[in-house]
Design a protein around this ligand. Sequence first.
Ligand code: NAP
Length: 324
Amino acid sequence: MRFVTAYWARTRGLITLATAVSRMTDIDAEIIDGNAVASEIRDDLTDAIETLADAGARPGLATVLMGDDPASETYVNMKQRDCEEVGIESYHVDVDGDAPPERLYDEIAALNEDDDVHGYIVQAPVPDHVDYREVIRRVDPAKDVDGFHPENVGRLVAGDARFRPCTPHGVQKLLEAAGVETEGADVTIVGRSDIVGKPLANLLIQKADDGNATVTVCHSRTEDLAEKTRSADVVVAAAGAPELVDGSMIGEGAVVIDVGVNRVDADTEKGYELVGDVEFESAAEKASAITPVPGGVGPMTRAMLLYNTVKAASLQEGVDVELP
Ligand code: NAP
């Protein structure tokens, strides 16, 4: 018989919810609260940011937005607000959506040279006439707090990550906070994107305390997806397909992490609602622990961007700080 322990231990005594869950017992799932875990990470980062500021090296994060996609504008605003909250300087660069790629490249070159900016992100998607891969290649790898530059991808695969991409890193932190042992666990990831599925798989197979998992990566050509998710101890859904994974695809007592954020038409004021890639109700009946949407992975992605910015500042300024 195998046991999964869903174990919440807020080290600062904020919340202590400890639940030992048998795979063989039919019980309600613990909700893994991404807002609470992200808040704790932000608190810990505040100490590191003060240490850097005291050394004359306040961390700085810039956001670059090309075009006027409303969702991207919202994301950028949230990132700036997050910076303010923890004491990171934030900068913003707007580039006209119709401008030639060179306009964006010039801004990137300027940010690479700007000593006040320790990290920056170019908000995706960029307009169709701009090659996002070329954009990423132009970012100074030392300031690539998204962790998308080929040099940083290579380092991650080699087990020497400089910056872990924010969403996969957030997933790892959620699993850790929920007391989920990845060592020896069978993890099925649905999705193989460069920003979620692939880097998460690479992180979870590392010989490391938060790795050592056996990982199956699924995608749109995978045969019998349900069989692969049902046999997993941990299912991570990152497909961008609303409620793709339902309870029938989850094994008893598995841990479910829902990365998906999908807008679906709904009878609400905005005319839509956000749903994940997991059908929450039915999956929660089977899972021992599960993340909600919203309030699961989303806040963690934002917190880990702050984390990478602090790390970038620490490395560039040569000031040691303790990272959570
Ligand atoms: P993406 O680039 O579109 O990749 C989706 C992946 O899922 C692809 O590998 C695709 O397979 C696979 N897939 C799609 N439909 C599938 C199906 N029916 N069965 C099996 N595999 C399927 O998406 P992404 O950027 O990784 O994002 C995934 C989701 O996470 C989206 O909802 C996005 O909004 C969300 N997201 C959330 C956060 C957060 O902070 N919460 C961060 C990033 C992304 P192929 O490769 O074969 O096409």
